[in-house]
Ligand binder design. Structure first.
Ligand SMILES: C[C@](O)(C(=O)O)[C@H](CC(=O)O)C(=O)O
Ligand SMILES: [Mg+2]
Length: 297
């Protein structure tokens, strides 16, 4: 009720334990706090706060227009309603290495379990588009080092994402992944991997946990969870999946209302009022109120 009963520190410890458990952790993107509760209810191990979703929600493309204040605010809203650890997309860290350092502290304060910083130039692009570019490896290393040095909670996870595979090829992505691990990254996010064998090569190159981004309509083959697990992937994100499902359902539903003049035929495709209330722990609020208001004459 009102908030998750698990503290930020406990979530970070649980996130690290999951990453080193040897079994795949799954973190669908929560497109709002309510959907984070649904992700928890459905038995996933974590939630992902996607930059693509956050910008799309604001009616913007994912080209680095959102600010750290917006990202931290949304991340806090999501983290506080779920017991699951949240991993946040911190793009390029919102500027210079010093901005990346501040980003770490603001996201620690937001109560999330970790973030990822990517090696793209500013302004960044979706990692699955052509025409993106990366900064020099040393610049990215400075970004990671600044982030790691700024961390106050040693359990807060700092992930390094490399977009280099789509720009200079997989060999450069592997070199960068190694350099980012040396700089202190806890987790490697190789962006826009095409096939299982790309993940195999990353897995063989680094000792830290690795992440698979199973975003749709991009460059990556959609690989099922069991296969990812057998490839030694530690964490999979489905960043925009929930938003895509919801938006298509809403679009179809709105068309029916416009055509039929009623939503009657859509009722069995809707989350029932009862299920929404259950997700919101509505009955607990009632009980809470009764306990306060117990005046009897
Ligand atoms: C993971 C990602 O960074 C995101 O913001 O969710 C995106 C996802 C997408 O645009 O499909 C990315 O892969 O760049
Ligand atoms: Mg992103």
């Amino acid at each position: 009720m009102l908030h998750a009963t698990v503290t930020a520190s406990q979530k970070r410890i649980a996130f690290r334990a999951g990453l080193s458990s040897g079994s795949l952790q799954r973190a669908p993107g929560a497109f709002n706090p309510l959907s984070a509760k649904l992700i928890e209810q459905q038995g996933f191990e974590g939630v992902y706060v996607s930059g693509a979703v956050l910008s799309a929600e604001l009616g913007l493309p994912d080209i680095g227009l959102t600010t750290i204040t917006e990202v931290a605010g949304r991340s806090q809203q999501i983290a506080r309603v779920t017991a699951l650890p949240a991993l946040v997309d911190a793009d390029t860290g919102f500027g210079e290495p010093m901005n990346a350092a501040r980003t770490v502290q603001l996201l620690e304060d937001a109560g999330v379990a970790g973030l990822h910083l990517e090696d793209q130039v500013n302004p960044k692009r979706c990692g699955h588009l052509d025409g993106k570019d990366v900064v020099e490896r040393d610049v990215a290393v400075r970004r990671i080092k600044a982030a790691v040095a700024a961390r106050r909670d040693p359990d807060f996870v700092i992930a390094a994402r490399t977009d280099a595979a789509g720009v200079h090829g997989l060999d450069d992505a592997i070199d960068r992944a190694k350099a980012y691990v040396d700089a202190g990254a806890d987790l490697i996010f190789p962006e826009a991997m095409r096939t299982p064998s790309d993940f195999e090569r990353i897995r063989a190159a680094v000792d830290v946990p690795i992440l698979a981004n199973m975003t749709e309509f991009g460059k990556s083959e959609l690989i099922d969870a069991r296969t990812l697990d057998s490839l030694g992937v530690n964490l999979v994100i489905y960043p925009v999946t929930g938003l895509r499902l919801a938006m298509k359902a809403v679009e179809d539903g709105l068309r029916v209302i416009a055509d039929d003049g009623t939503q009657e035929s859509l009722l069995d495709r809707m989350q029932h009022r009862r299920d929404l209330y259950e997700l919101l722990d509505y009955s607990d609020y009632n009980e809470f109120d009764e306990n306060i208001f117990n005046f009897r004459v």
